[in-house]
Design a protein around this ligand. Structure first.
Ligand SMILES: Nc1ncnc2c1ncn2[C@@H]1O[C@H](COP(=O)(O)OP(=O)(O)O)[C@@H](O)[C@H]1O
Ligand SMILES: [Mg+2]
Length: 307
C-alpha cells in the first residue's frame, strides 16, 4: 500500500562550503494495509528522514514513493497536500504537536477546524468520540498540556491525528520519553486503532523490545542503509549489528541502554558500513555489500550463508 523504492536523501548544510551528508542511502521499504512494521536502529541512522520521505514531508534526493499505486514523488504540490492527511506522524515530543496555550480539546479539534468541512457541533462530536477511543476522559478536554501526564498528552496527540482518518500512522519514538507501563498503554491504543480502522502502523524505535512486541516485520537500519529485514529478525538475527543490539538489550535494562551515535565514515563508502565496529569482519567485508534475500529474510552481510 505504501512503498519506498531505492530512497536516497542527501542533506546539504552550510552556505560557504556546503557539506553533503547522505542520511538515507538506497532504502526499499513496503507496508501493507493494516500491517505493522518497525524501523529500528540507533540515533542518526536515518529513521526519521526515511519516514518523512514516505509521508511526502521531504523530497527524496533519489527514488520513488508509491501510495495505493500512485506515485507520490511525481505529484504536484496541491495533489500531495490533499493526500497528506492520509499520513499522520506521532512525534517523540507531544509538545511538538500541541500548542501549550490551547486546551487539549482545542488542539484535538484544530485539524478539523482548519479543514473547514464540519460545523462546530459535528467537530465536537468527532473530538469527543476520538478522545474516548484513545481511552481519555472527557474532562481532559478543558485542561492544558501541562495539566496532563505525558502518556495522556501522547494519547491526545493520537486522538488529534485520528480525526483526519489517516491510513498510515507513523510513531517516531513516540513512547521513548514515557515510563515502560505508560509506553505499553499508548502502544495498545495504537494497536486497537489499527485493528478497528484497518490502519497501517510504522513504529520507529531504538527499543528492540517494543519493536518485537508490536511489529510483524522489522527493518534494521545502520548508517542510512537497511542491514536486515524480515519477520523473525529478533528470533533469528543474522546481521552482526542486529545481534549486537540484541545483546546490549539482554545485558542491560532497556531504560538504560544508551545507543551510540552512528559514526558514518566520511567520503566514499567502501565495503560494509559496519566494518569498523564488527567483531566478525573479514577481508571480504571491504567489498560493497548487497542486501541478500535468504528465504524472505534479507541481510546485508557477506558472511551469512544463503540457505
Ligand atoms: N535537516 C537536516 N539537515 C542536515 N542533516 C540532517 C537533517 N536532518 C537530519 N540530518 C542528519 O541526517 C542523519 C539522519 O538523521 P535522522 O533521519 O534524524 O536519524 P534518526 O531518526 O535515525 O535519528 C543524521 O546524521 C542527521 O544529523
Ligand atoms: Mg529520529
Amino acid at each position: 500500500m505504501l512503498k519506498g523504492e531505492n530512497l536516497i536523501k542527501v542533506y546539504s548544510s552550510g552556505i560557504i562550503s556546503p557539506v553533503e551528508k547522505t542520511a538515507v542511502d538506497g532504502v526499499n521499504i513496503e507496508i501493507g494495509e493494516g500491517e505493522t512494521i518497525a524501523i529500528v536502529g540507533e540515533s542518526g541512522c536515518g529513521k526519521t528522514t526515511l519516514a518523512k520521505m514516505l509521508m511526502g514531508q521531504i523530497e527524496p534526493t533519489g527514488g520513488e514513493v508509491y501510495f495505493s499505486g500512485r506515485k507520490l514523488t511525481a505529484m504536484k504540490r496541491r495533489e500531495l497536500r490533499s493526500l497528506r492527511t492520509s499520513f499522520q506522524l506521532i512525534p517523540q515530543h507531544p509538545d511538538d504537536a500541541v500548542d501549550p496555550r490551547w486546551t487539549i480539546g482545542r488542539s484535538v479539534a484544530e485539524p478539523l477546524a482548519i479543514a473547514g468541512k464540519m460545523s462546530r457541533e459535528e467537530i465536537e462530536d468527532v473530538v469527543d468520540g476520538q478522545i474516548a477511543e484513545v481511552g481519555l476522559g472527557g474532562e481532559l478536554k478543558e485542561r492544558y498540556p501541562h495539566q496532563v501526564s505525558g502518556g495522556e498528552l501522547q494519547r491526545a496527540v493520537i486522538a488529534r491525528a485520528m480525526t483526519l482518518e489517516p491510513k498510515v500512522i507513523i510513531s517516531d519514538e513516540a513512547t521513548s520519553m514515557l515510563d515502560v507501563s505508560v509506553q505499553a498503554h499508548v502502544m495498545s491504543v495504537l494497536k486497537n486503532l489499527r485493528e478497528k480502522r484497518g490502519l497501517s502502523l510504522i513504529i520507529i524505535t531504538h527499543d528492540l523490545g517494543l519493536a518485537r512486541a508490536v511489529a510483524k516485520r522489522t527493518y534494521v537500519m545502520f548508517a542510512g542503509e537497511v542491514v536486515e529485514e524480515g519477520a523473525d529478525v529478533f528470533e533469528n538475527p543474522l546481521h552482526p549489528y542486529t545481534r549486537s543490539l540484541l545483546e546490549a538489550m539482554e545485558y542491560s535494562d532497556i531504560e538504560d541502554t544508551v545507543i551510540e551515535e552512528c559514526e558514518v565514515p566520511a567520503g566514499e563508502h567502501v565495503g560494509c558500513r559496519y566494518y569498523g565496529r564488527c567483531s566478525e569482519r573479514t577481508d571480504e567485508c571491504r567489498k560493497k555489500q548487497a542486501l541478500r534475500d535468504c528465504n524472505g529474510h534479507k541481510v546485508r552481510c557477506i558472511n551469512v550463508d544463503e540457505h
